[in-house]
Each structure stands twice: as structure tokens, then as C-alpha cells.
Design a protein around this ligand. Structure first.
Ligand code: G4P
Length: 279
């Protein structure tokens, strides 16, 4: 399967990011907690050089709790403040506030020494499409002020959302482009539903998912679909089809339907909390 992110989109996103980056002190980077490696672009390290940095492991409600902890230590060890998050929930925002204060402590101290008082920290949210940037901005700002969806070119002048007396947030998030160098990146993005399934081979995706689930989560397959452990992926799909009554007219298992069902159950969290990448 081929996964794409058009070069034109990438150039545009990068240019915009470089422009916006000049305006801020702090970069709040959202990654998907189920695939923290594939859902980030390492170029952000270069783009966000000399800025305070926070990584938010978003959609942590869908990811494996133990893996969330592992990833948080990983990012903390690499010098970023990291917080796990369900961006839809207001209550998750307090630890983010704390992390912002921590991350910006040095800058505030520098300002104070130079006699600059009360200059708020300026922050921007960045991340690949669909990672939850707009949802986060809405929840964090406490009102529906961020534009939902990515519509490049909508905002001409920069809008800042004043969060409190210390922090201002750029209202348009920065769009990072995925980095497809490693073949697993496109696959993992497709598995979490970040790409248009119509362009993908659903059966192949589902069988790749099953292979990954065999590496530690096969109990969830048994629990939800009553399938036996450890068979070929096609066999497992067949069992899912039969047990879930995904059948064609003559009563034959409809593997494609079973594949879509499995993917949907995984993406929505119905299959359980699953992380596909380890630190
Ligand atoms: P973006 O700006 O980065 O492109 O992402 P956006 O906020 O539009 O979020 C993409 C989808 O992810 C939305 O779902 C949103 O509700 C969901 N989402 C965001 N954060 C979280 C989270 O922490 N946990 C979970 N489980 N979901 C999250 P959607 O189906 O596209 O829209 P909707 O049906 O929720 O409106």
C-alpha cells in the first residue's frame, strides 16, 4: 500500500510553521498516544529549536495506560515536559497548565531579570492532521473559539486567545506533516484512521492490525470476538466474520466487512486500550 502526503501540502505547512514559530516562546506538540512515534515529525526539533517545549500524548483514553507511562518517561528523559491527555475533557487541562508554567519558568525568570514584567508567554499548538489540535484548543480555552477543521488561509491576521494573565495561545494550530520514511509510519497512521480508507486496502490493514495485536493484545481479540489465539490473520478475520455474523448472501463469511468492523472497533476504543508503538 502507498501512503501519501502531497509535497505541495508539506511545503506550505512547513513555511507556515516557520512563520508562526517566530511569534512564540512555547511549542505545545500533540502526538497520538497510540502511535507517538509515527504521529510526530522529528523536524519539529529543528523548527522548535530554542523554544520551550511540551509534548501532549493525546487520545490517551484510547491508549494502553502502561504504555502512556512509558512514553511520558521517554519524552521527559529527552528533555520535554510530557502530559497525557484526553483533549475532549476539560478536567485534563490542569496538568497541562502546570506543565506550561514549568516549561516557561526559565523564560519568565529571564524576562524578570531584564525588567520585563507581565509579558505573557506566547504559545502555539502543533501536530499532524486529526491528532486533536482544535479539540484541545477549544477545551483549553474553555469556549468554542478555535476553528474546527483545517482550513488553510482562513485566518489572515493572527488571533491570540488569552488563557490567563500569563499565557496567550495562537488560535490557529500549526499543521505538521507526517514523515513517511519508515514504512510502518504510513501503516500506523492508516490504522488509527488518519487517512482516507477509501484509498486503502481494508483487508490488508486489518490483517496488519491483527499481526500487531498478536504481539501482546491477542486476549482482547478473544474477549471481544471469541476467536482462538494465534491462527493465521485470514483465519482470525474469518472467525470474526462468523462470530459477528458478517456473512454474504449465501452464508459465506464476509471478510471485508469483518475487516472494517475490526478497524472501527480498534479506532473507537471498543476493542480496548491499545498502543501500537513502544518507546
Ligand atoms: P485536528 O484539529 O488536529 O485536525 O483534530 P480535531 O481536534 O479535529 O480532532 C480529530 C478527532 O479526534 C475528532 O473526532 C475529535 O473529537 C477526536 N479527539 C480529539 N482529542 C481526542 C481525545 O483525547 N480522545 C479521543 N477519544 N478523541 C479525541 P471526530 O470523530 O473527527 O469528530 P467528532 O465526531 O468528535 O466531532
Amino acid at each position: 500500500m502507498q501512503y501519501q502526503w502531497y509535497p505541495g501540502h508539506m511545503t506550505k505547512a512547513k513555511r507556515q510553521m516557520q512563520e508562526d514559530m517566530k511569534l512564540v516562546d512555547l511549542v505545545i506538540e500533540l502526538v497520538d498516544a497510540r502511535i507517538p512515534r509515527s504521529s510526530r515529525n522529528p523536524d519539529i526539533n529543528e523548527l522548535g529549536k530554542n523554544k520551550a517545549r511540551i509534548v501532549l500524548l493525546n487520545k490517551a483514553d484510547l491508549a494502553d495506560e502502561e504504555m502512556n507511562r512509558e512514553w511520558i518517561s521517554y519524552f521527559s528523559d529527552s528533555g520535554c515536559f510530557a502530559v497525557k491527555l484526553d483533549a475532549r475533557s476539560r478536567s485534563g487541562m490542569r496538568p497541562v497548565q502546570t506543565a506550561i508554567q514549568e516549561a516557561c519558568k526559565e523564560k519568565m525568570e529571564r524576562d524578570r531579570k531584564r525588567g520585563i514584567l507581565n509579558r505573557p508567554v506566547r504559545a502555539m499548538v502543533v501536530g499532524i492532521p486529526n491528532v486533536g489540535k482544535s479539540t484541545f484548543i477549544n477545551s483549553f480555552a474553555g469556549r468554542a473559539c478555535a476553528k474546527t477543521g483545517n482550513r488553510p488561509g482562513v485566518t489572515k491576521g493572527k488571533q491570540w486567545i488569552r488563557l490567563n494573565k500569563n499565557v496567550e495561545l495562537l488560535d490557529t494550530p500549526g499543521i505538521l506533516w507526517p514523515k513517511f520514511e519508515d514504512p510502518s509510519v504510513g501503516l500506523h497512521l492508516a490504522l488509527i484512521g488518519s487517512m482516507n480508507d477509501q484509498l486503502l486496502d481494508v483487508m490488508e490493514l486489518a490483517s496488519e492490525l491483527i499481526k500487531r495485536l498478536y504481539g501482546g493484545y491477542e486476549g482482547l481479540l478473544t474477549e471481544r470476538y471469541g476467536v482462538e489465539r494465534g491462527g493465521e490473520t485470514a483465519e482470525t478475520l474469518g472467525q470474526i466474520a462468523v462470530n459477528r455474523r458478517c456473512l454474504k448472501k449465501g452464508g459465506e463469511p464476509d471478510l471485508e466487512k469483518a475487516a472494517s468492523l475490526l478497524l472501527e472497533d480498534f479506532r473507537s476504543g471498543r476493542l480496548g486500550r491499545i498502543t501500537l508503538e513502544m518507546p
